[in-house]
Design a protein around this ligand. Structure first.
Ligand SMILES: Nc1ncnc2c1ncn2[C@@H]1O[C@H](COP(=O)(O)OP(=O)(O)O)[C@@H](O)[C@H]1O
Ligand SMILES: [Mg+2]
Length: 477
């Protein structure tokens, strides 16, 4: 759902749409109860005096009823379009602000401003359209009420001459019609409000009714509360959607508890996909993933996510302090634990140079971290959880080689406590691991230890030679 739906749209649904419902439901109930009581009492009294005259007096009002129905339908449609437009507008603002550096760097301010203006003009015109319909109510309704009074005087006059009713009765009728004016107006108003609210509730329910694509099911085995870190892929294939090529083809491997595994390959080889399968962000199209010998789909999702320390390829930090960013996802982490994690991620020294140390804010409200510092913050975030399976998806890409070596040394000291999966494009960082998988276009083309792969003289050996050469060239410069 979150892959398909723009963030701005979800924001609109959870703020503006809820506001629409909140604003209208309460008054709507109040007005309609009041209106109903007044109308019922007035109509009964009128019927007692003269059924014929009542019929004539109410005829124009029933036309009004039909009109209300038609207009309400229209308002509903318009409201929905309006809220959709508002969502679009929110998405645009949200994306532009999130990418503001890019917008500036590419000198796109003017285009973005124009696009925003276009969206808001559209929103304005839709809003005005709706406002016009609502404004048209008043005159229509005054005319209809007027018509009602004319009918009363005209038909009533004839009834008086026939001696069926008295002149006093006519006066009474005019007062009743007048009394019913407000309730009927309110009724129209209520219907239009209800329609607005219902258009918005539909949008809210779309979010609420959305089933997570991946969740626990009847087969989930809740007796499992802990993982040991045994990971096994059995002929796993995966594609993101039908019609798309396979991102992973028939991949099998096994990682024992406490062991370490490296995944290397060119960009787009399927490394991130393989990782997301283990964290169960996506599920295999074919084949099985076994954790501790059990099908991943049978394990409680919460246990899997708690036992895995996952450092994603894209760094994400909240606008909060560095310490809180590290402690994110760990309930009740002590300062000491935070310091320890920061230390192991080679972040502590850097952070202590900031005036507020671990309490320094990140992003909008504080220091702006370099790519490598941000990456190390996310590594600390994974380490503090003491995961049974530690997964780093190219998480050392922006960290310099020396720092990387030190982080890997810290990790080695933890060896045995967790299984480790490292995705890297830098061979120097993974050559000591137990097992190396080489992916190419979704297929597992080579596997083995560093030595055996170099000996094999395939894709891995080629990557290795090129990186050695690059390192030497760098050293010369
Ligand atoms: N959300 C997605 N929807 C469709 N295709 C995707 C998606 N994510 C990745 N892919 C495709 O799957 C393939 C493998 O991508 P990925 O696992 O990210 O590779 P790597 O991490 O090795 O660079 C690529 O061809 C990529 O274009
Ligand atoms: Mg990747």
């Amino acid at each position: 759902f979150y892959n398909r739906t723009k963030t701005g749209d979800v924001i609109t649904r959870s703020t503006s749409d809820i506001e629409q419902v909140r604003r209208y439901i309460g008054p709507a109930i109040m007005y309609s109860t009041r209106a109903l009581v007044i109308v019922i009492v007035a109509v009964i009294t009128m019927l007692i005096i003269s059924p014929t005259l009542t019929l004539y007096a109410l005829m124009p009002l029933s036309i009004l009823g039909v009109a209300i129905f038609l207009v309400a339908h229209y308002v509903h449609k318009r409201s929905e379009a309006l809220q959709r437009q508002y969502a679009q507008l929110t998405s645009r603002v949200q994306e532009t602000l999130a990418g503001i550096r890019l917008v500036k760097a590419y000198a796109r301010e003017k285009t973005e401003t124009e696009a925003f203006e276009e969206e808001s003009t559209l929103y304005k015109s839709r809003m005005l359209g709706l406002a016009r319909v609502e404004a048209a109510w008043r005159p229509i309704f005054v005319v209809v009420v007027g018509l009602s009074q004319v009918m009363v005087v005209w038909v009533g006059g004839r009834l008086v001459t026939e001696g069926v009713i008295t002149i006093g009765n006519i006066a009474e009728y005019i007062i009743y019609v007048g009394l019913m004016t407000w309730p009927i107006a309110a009724f129209g108003l209520v219907i239009s409000m209800m329609q607005r609210a219902s258009a918005s509730s539909e949008r809210i329910y779309e979010v609420l009714d959305e089933e997570p694509d991946i969740s626990d099911s009847s087969r989930t085995d809740y007796s499992i509360t802990q993982l040991h870190g045994h990971v096994k892929f059995e002929n796993v294939s995966f594609r993101y959607a039908q019609g798309l090529p396979y991102a992973l083809r028939n991949v099998s491997f096994e990682l024992h508890p406490g062991g370490s595994l490296a995944v290397v390959g060119r960009t787009g080889a399927g490394k991130t996909t393989l990782i997301e399968l283990i964290v169960r962000l996506v599920e295999p199209t074919e084949g099985r993933i076994l954790i501790d010998g059990k099908d991943l789909r049978d394990l409680p999702l919460s246990v899997v996510r708690e036992s895995v320390g996952y450092v994603a390829q894209d760094v994400f930090l909240f606008s909060d302090s560095i310490g809180n960013n590290i402690a994110f996802g760990t309930v009740g982490a002590s300062d000491e634990e935070i310091r320890q994690a920061a230390f192991e991620a080679e972040l502590l020294e850097t952070v202590l140079e900031f005036s507020e140390g671990l309490n320094s804010g990140v992003g909008e409200r504080g220091v702006s971290l370099s790519g490598g510092q941000a990456q190390r913050t996310t590594i600390a975030r994974a380490l503090i959880r003491e995961p049974k399976i530690l997964i780093m998806d190219d998480a050392l890409s922006s960290v310099d080689a020396n720092t990387e070596t030190r982080i890997l040394e810290h990790l080695r000291r933890r060896q045995g406590q967790h299984s480790m999966i490292l995705v890297s494009h830098r061979i120097s960082s993974i050559q000591d691991l137990d097992q190396i998988l080489v992916l190419d276009e979704g297929s597992l083309v080579e596997r083995g230890t560093h030595e055996s792969l170099v000996e094999h003289d395939g894709l891995y050996a080629q990557m290795h030679r090129r990186q050695l050469l690059e390192a030497r060239l760098e050293a010369i410069q």
